[in-house]
Design a protein around this ligand. Structure first.
Ligand code: URA
Length: 188
């Protein structure tokens, strides 16, 4: 008998996946990390945000988006007026690339099965890609400002990665206007 939460997937299914992520040695990134970084937020969210890869702070704590970019993501989540159980944050890679370099195509491919499994267990209605690496990993292209329905019926959006807003602050207002437009997806 497995305990079951409202979303269908059981805690033991998440535990099993997380154990396999922690044990993964499929590429060399595991050699240089302090912690692997799996997820934060709900196991059964309406909205899943997909980032790129852990940075220095995330590597130190094991928590995604806990540094400077994370502050902007928190602000955005707050702006979106979602309840605590409504969202989750995961990354394309679970291991920090040295010096925060961009993940290689090979690393994205090697790590993709974990991303796919996380999305399958979480079964969100909305997937928000934070920038181009997440889009590449997810495998469906979507323009900025465009809402797309995936093959399995999920609503897909791509927005600026919070780190990209740090470099160009005017993007924050554009981002918020975009989120206003699609607010009905997570508030109704
Ligand atoms: N940037 C990301 O893409 N992910 C994190 O977890 C932190 C910063």
């Amino acid at each position: 008998f497995l305990e079951e939460e409202d979303g269908g997937s059981t805690n033991s299914e998440f535990d099993d996946l997380n154990k396999r992520i922690l044990a993964c040695r499929r590429c060399d990134l595991h050699l240089t990390v302090t912690n692997k970084v799996i997820s934060k937020g709900s196991n059964h969210p309406k909205v899943v945000f997909i980032g790129e890869a852990p940075g220095k702070n995330e590597d130190e704590t094991g928590v995604p988006f806990c540094g400077r970019a994370g502050k902007l993501l928190d602000k955005m989540i707050n702006y979106m007026e979602m309840k605590d159980g409504d969202w989750a944050v995961i990354n394309t890679l679970k291991c920090r690339p040295p010096e925060n370099r961009t993940p290689t195509t090979k690393e994205i491919e090697i790590c993709r099965p974990f991303l796919t499994e996380q999305l399958h267990l979480m079964n969100p209605t909305v997937i928000i890609l934070l920038g181009n690496t997440a889009e590449k990993a997810f495998g469906e292209s979507v323009g900025w400002g465009e809402l797309k329905k995936t093959k399995d019926g999920k609503m897909l959006l791509k927005i600026f990665h919070p780190a990209a807003m740090i470099y160009k602050r005017e993007r924050e207002q554009e981002q918020y206007a975009f989120l206003d437009k699609y607010k009905y997806l997570w508030t109704e």
